[in-house]
Design a protein around this ligand. Structure first.
Ligand code: ARG
Length: 706
């Protein structure tokens, strides 16, 4: 009986033990730490994170403000995703050297390619500064006083960091929507060079068709190297710089994992809103996802057509297309999953529970009374401005966006040189005739969807009516014929703002910015209510440990390697369990079964290589006898985590996280324990592509493979 009770208890804890959570590196609680160990982590806390000794923490980077990466060699070699390196790969690609299509391999250090603006941050430490910060605000301070005191104290705290080590930077970030604050210290390296990229038909295999979905066969990785000055300190790009020697680099395991093996992901999740109210979820669906999906659909159709016209245009728009289509599909998927998984209903139940709890002691819990009404009214009032803002933000063409962000005097003056560099860089990826098509289509779309009179482009619409007889095609034709911003070569010769002051594109930008300032003025404050709701729920469940929402600080998420077992009753979803790992056969099946879909097209070299199936023995999974391609874990990740290292219980690299799955795309707002998975590319596939396909021996030799 005792034994049965024990088994039952164990089962209960297993099923309650969700792998939900993005835990703050440098601030793991004893409880989290013991869960890690019970699941199979063999590293000590010090080996995971330490301010004294090298630890796994030191091998993880934040890449460029948008991705994560992991250092894998004593010479600063860095693994990240292909879709994270995509912009850099595109920058170096030409129709003659099409690195997107055929891949790239620097055979020597000298051939490694510098990338302007690309940097990495190493996480040095994170400290809880909540008491210092909140403690310095008097109880009767107004919101404005509170803001200014907090800013001043944050600055003071940041000034206490020792910056003598070069490249050191720090920031104070709010957690739990401002109920807690942490100071994070980083070291930044600015010379990051491209070393290797697989052909796109491997690195982006499945394209939009498979994006955000499982099963997956995408070899989503690329390789960079961090460079430093001769003293190993950060330095701007310089030919004389040398490979950076990290405090710690990750060892790679070719031993794999099985269902139930420990797995953890270390990286930089960008943003989640897990404690958002039911009203907030509804608002996200209607004022963000619906709108983004609609507008991007219009834009992507035009881009798609342009990119099919020539290799030059395909390369030019590759990165813009990929990032736009990524969140186009996301917006659709998130709404579908929120509906399927009845997330709003679930949130309403928790909110109702909170209200019952408040009613039990209305004096002690008085600050939560009325919170739901405030949220409901707040979202109702802000519907037009939230909806209008997404529409506005999504509707600019590249040229219009460029003009808006460089308005007026800011273009020239002492920053004149800057301006010319910006023109050079921005217009390299603009085809004026494609931009014109996008401008026209998005303008018409904007006018058709503007939520109310505050969003009308009054001057522009009046001009089209009075001068062009209401013909938008004619108006745009004329605008592009007369604007110097549609003639890049002339724009490069401009030196004074006066020369462009009368430009018609400036008028359009002014119209658009007027609307933007209007939106800012009409902002209804909901954040404060959302924060209070979160505080209430945490207070009600005070024995539960809550992790803070993602905010692009370094996090650890733990869990197990696990396929998806679709729960019975989750209608609309697949019924069966999926495999844990995908195989070369499933890769070829997709190619063969979708002959007309460019997302599964292969260059002949890759087709032959995969078809031949001669992969080095050390990369074959001993249990399946096959090359493992992609796999699933229960690790809790989101955008920004891309390129994060996935580690086994010994802290060895087993994969790179690159995506989530369609069934649980609601994950940023509500984690679904049964359905949510992290999709990773198995490190053995990464190695086989570098080694067997590209013969990049010099890179393989740098790694420590166990
Ligand atoms: N969904 C992935 C992420 O957001 C990006 C995958 C890129 N692939 C693509 N087909 N666009 O991290």
């Amino acid at each position: 009986m005792k034994k049965l009770l024990f088994v039952l208890l164990a089962l209960c804890t297993l099923s309650v033990r969700a792998d939900e959570g993005m835990w703050v590196m440098g601030n793991l609680s004893a409880k989290t730490d013991s869960i890690l160990r019970s699941l199979g982590l063999e590293l000590t806390s010090e080996e995971l994170y330490s301010t004294e000794h090298p630890s796994l923490n030191d091998a993880i980077v934040q890449l460029g403000g948008f991705c994560s990466g992991v250092v894998v060699s004593p010479d600063g070699l860095l693994f990240t995703n292909h879709h994270c390196g995509f912009g850099s790969i595109q920058d170096h690609s030409t129709t003659k050297h099409d690195y997107l299509k055929y891949g790239f391999y620097a055979k020597t250090f000298e051939e490694e390619l510098p990338n302007e603006g690309l940097y990495v941050l190493f996480h040095i430490k994170t400290v809880d500064v909540t008491d210092l910060l909140l403690g310095s605000v008097p109880a009767d301070a107004t919101d404005e006083q509170k803001d200014s005191i907090m800013n001043a104290v944050s600055l003071q705290l940041m000034n206490m960091v020792d910056y003598s080590g070069k490249g050191i930077q720090s920031e104070v970030n709010p957690f739990y929507k401002g109920s807690k604050y942490f100071l994070s210290v980083y070291q930044r390296y600015d010379d990051v060079r491209l070393v290797y990229a697989p052909p796109q038909c491997l690195g982006k295999y499945g394209g939009d068709t498979d994006n955000w979905m499982w099963p997956r066969q995408t070899c989503d990785f690329s390789v960079f190297r961090i460079y430093a000055d001769k003293d190993n300190n950060p330095a701007e790009y310089n030919k004389e710089n040398v490979p950076y020697h990290p405090r710690q680099y990750a060892h790679v395991s070719t031993q794999g994992y099985t269902e139930g093996s420990y797995a953890m992901t270390l990286g930089y999740p960008g943003s989640t809103d897990r404690y958002l109210s039911s009203y907030g979820v509804e608002s996200t669906m209607r004022t963000e996802n619906d709108v983004r999906y609609q507008v991007r659909g219009v834009k992507l159709d035009i881009l798609n057509e342009a990119m099919r016209q020539s290799d030059a245009l395909r390369i030019m728009y590759a990165s813009k297309y990929a990032s736009s289509s990524n969140y186009w599909k996301f917006s659709l998927g998130q709404n579908q999953a929120l509906d399927n998984l009845k997330v709003i209903d679930e949130k309403r139940q928790v909110e109702a529970e909170l209200m019952r709890w408040v009613a039990e002691d209305t004096i002690a819990r008085s600050r939560y009374i009325g919170i739901l009404d405030s949220l409901r009214v707040g979202y109702e009032q802000s519907f037009p401005s939230l909806y209008g803002y997404t529409l506005w933000a999504e509707s600019g063409s590249d040229i219009l966006n460029f003009v808006m962000s460089n308005m007026m005097g800011r273009m020239f003056g002492k920053h004149g040189d800057d301006f010319h560099a910006k023109v050079e860089k921005t217009y390299r990826d603009i085809d004026v005739s494609t931009d014109k098509k996008i401008f026209l289509a998005l303008l018409k779309n904007y006018i058709a969807h503007a939520p109310n009179e505050h969003f009308q482009l009054t001057r522009l619409q009046h001009e089209v009516d009075s001068v062009w007889g209401g013909d938008y095609d004619l108006y745009v034709e004329n605008l592009y014929a007369n604007s110097i911003f549609a003639r890049p070569s002339e724009l490069k010769a401009v030196h004074d703002f006066a020369e462009v002051a009368e430009d018609p594109m400036l008028d359009v930008a002014m119209d658009a910015l007027t609307i933007f300032y209007g939106i800012m003025r009409s902002h209804v404050v909901i954040e404060e209510y959302e924060r209070l709701l979160g505080d209430g729920i945490r207070e009600m469940n005070h024995d539960k440990e809550y992790y803070p929402d993602a905010n692009f600080t370094m996090r650890l998420s733990y869990g197990l390697c696990k396929p998806i077992n679709f729960a019975p009753g989750t209608t609309g979803l697949k019924e069966e369990a999926t495999d844990l790992i995908t195989s070369p056969r499933s890769f070829l099946n997709k190619h063969e079964q979708n002959p007309d879909n460019l997302d599964f097209e292969l260059i002949p070299q890759v087709y032959k290589w995969m078809k031949r199936g001669k992969f080095s023995k050390q990369y074959i999974d001993p249990r399946t006898g096959q090359l493992p391609l992609c796999f699933l874990t229960t690790n809790d990740i989101t955008g920004g985590n891309s390129g994060s290292g996935m580690f086994d219980g010994k802290g060895r690299l087993i994969g790179l996280a690159f995506d989530g799955n369609w069934e649980a795309m609601s994950g940023d707002l509500k984690f679904d324990t049964a359905l949510q998975r992290c999709i990773g590319v198995d490190i053995r596939w990464v190695l086989s592509v570098m080694d067997d396909y590209s013969h990049a021996k010099r890179l393989i030799r740098e790694l420590t493979i166990e």
